[in-house]
Design a binder for this molecule. Structure first.
Ligand code: CP
Length: 307
């Protein structure tokens, strides 16, 4: 049966580990695997803007011997005249895989149900699982292992990044903490799924409202924009509600002395994080951004071997 990657817990702990191992191998020898040689095409569809995802998928598909077909939804029939299911039926006869950045998670599920080629979530309103593979790879590089590490997300707990940290971190056996104000907590169902996964892997999931309490003793501190794509109309309310959840040097000082700071970018310096933290010695954001390439190549290779 075709494997898709629509949310972080589509992979077991062992499978997530296999993909990260493969990413490390690919990072050492970037052109060592050519599963798309022929060349085969991969469709990469964007309903929302992107820099890192667009570039890393395009470069990664080319590295694997394939051709990236970058499609802007605005210039296609998808989302207008044509359903995700019908688009999937058309694409599967011509491409090896479909990568899609969109709004509703349900659209990705419809696309996956309608096709025999792997579908990859390149960000939805609910999850950003490709980013999490890159983040876990980066944490492994800096900390040696994932099991048992304390990872704390500060900010909008209902955001796609926070929810992906819950699922991917729990899958990796990490202790995931999310600190957010009232009204910004993660979805109950996602928390329950992450909790169930953590029970299997030896990790844990804990929600906080106090950022200081959450960050105490953390190995990894992460945040993301307070105004995710699609939330622009709520900007003023969000800046007010989240003002006490800024990651600054005082907050970082509560984490372990060797803690690292991560942000998937793009960042609003001075809002969710201060300049001295994001551009300071604990920040590993540029490794994180580069690792999108290596992690996604490993993911595509792994999925294509099972297609
Ligand atoms: N982190 C991330 O997904 O970046 P882009 O929006 O630039 O793709």
């Amino acid at each position: 049966m075709t494997r898709h990657f629509l949310r972080d817990d589509d992979l077991t702990q062992a499978e997530q580990g296999e993909i990260l191992d493969l990413a490390i191998e690919l990072k050492k020898d970037r052109f060592s695997h050519k599963p798309l040689a022929g060349p085969q095409t991969v469709a990469v569809i964007f309903d929302k803007s992107s820099t890192r995802t667009r570039v890393s998928f395009a470069v990664g598909i080319a590295d694997l011997g394939g051709v990236p077909l970058i499609i802007s939804t605005a210039s296609s029939q998808l989302g207008g005249k044509e359903t995700a299911a019908d688009t999937a039926r058309v694409l599967e006869r011509q491409v090896a895989a479909i990568v899609w950045r969109t709004y509703a998670q349900a659209g990705l599920e419809e696309m996956a149900l309608g096709t025999t080629v792997p579908v990859i979530n390149a960000l939805s309103d609910d999850f950003h699982p490709c980013q999490l593979l890159a983040d876990l790879l980066t944490i492994r590089e800096h900390k040696g292992a994932l099991q048992g590490l304390v990872l704390t997300f500060i900010g909008d707990g209902a955001s796609n990044m926070a929810q992906s940290y819950l699922l991917a971190g729990a899958t990796a056996g990490m202790h995931v903490r999310v600190a957010s104000p009232e009204g910004f907590a993660p979805n109950d169902r996602v928390v329950a799924d992450a909790d169930a996964r953590a029970t299997e892997t030896g990790g844990s999931v804990t929600l906080y409202t106090d950022p200081n309490e959450a960050v105490a003793g953390s190995d990894v501190v992460v945040t993301d924009t307070w105004v995710s794509m699609g939330k622009e109309e709520e900007k003023a309310k969000r800046l007010t509600s989240l003002a006490a959840y800024r990651v600054d040097s005082e907050l970082m000082a509560l984490a372990k002395p060797d803690a690292v700071f991560m942000h998937c970018l793009p960042a609003d310096r001075g809002f969710e994080v201060t300049e001295d933290v994001i551009d300071g010695p604990q920040s590993i954001i540029w490794d994180e951004a580069e690792n999108r390439l290596h992690a996604q190549k490993a993911l595509m290779l792994w999925l294509l071997e099972r297609a």
